[in-house]
Design a protein around this ligand. Sequence first.
Ligand code: FES
Length: 286
Amino acid sequence: MSYKIIERRMIVPNIHELVVEAPHVASSVRPGNFVIIRPNEIGERMPLSVADFDRELGTVTSMFQEVGESTMKLALLKPGMEIPTYAGPLGVESKIDKFGTCLLVSGCFGIGASYPLARALKEAGNKVYMVIEARAKYLVYWEEKFRELIDGVTVITRDGSHGQKGHITGLGEVLKRNKIEPDRIFGNGCTFLMKLLSDVTRPMEIKTIVSMNPIMIDGTGMCGVCRLTVDGEIKFACVDGPEFDAHLIDWEEFLMRRKTYNEEEVEPLRRSGAGTEKHLHSCTGV
Ligand code: FES
């Protein structure tokens, strides 16, 4: 069995859109689910969030950040090529309800990954707003696509090159300025953005659900690599998540575990000369 690449293109620096023909995933994927991909027979398995899907065409879209050796192999895929593994849908689907006013906070690959959730929350009758957080204008994508779907999009960039100048740590001010009073917040993006979002929404006492992206191997709860502690209990992001209550996560432990493989991922790029500081520093706080 193999899966055809329909599209793979870099949409902003280091962020790629990947569309794969995988009818078995497209027919049943739900917001919050993810897939595990392997670019070739000897490649490692990598989890990817789902950014969109077309049940009729049988295609699934993901965004990924080219940040290390594994994702660099994904970035070499071209339309028409075939890959051996595209497993899914995996993980627990997002809990969708009529919460009232929902706020999506996203950055990096998480901007795209928020799309199915935004659509489902809207369909459930919620007011849906979004804050896109990026270092600069050149890292913002799909802004118009979200504007067409939801009730409002605010872009904050750290250098002020697009939208409002600011950082996720100033989210409270951004909400006040834009008169958004969320009943529930959903975060999607790199680990550091999720951690900062958790820190900033805890004193606001607004329930915040974040999508976690630990290293994964089997994606079935067997290997233990994606372990994290939530409310004092051991959980596995692949089978219990990837979404968890941000305020119950043991962030210190999670960040330690996340760092474990940084060198293994990035060092081969440094040696080959393909890795630049850009690969390491394109996300919040990384
Ligand atoms: Fe192995 Fe989750 S990826 S337990």
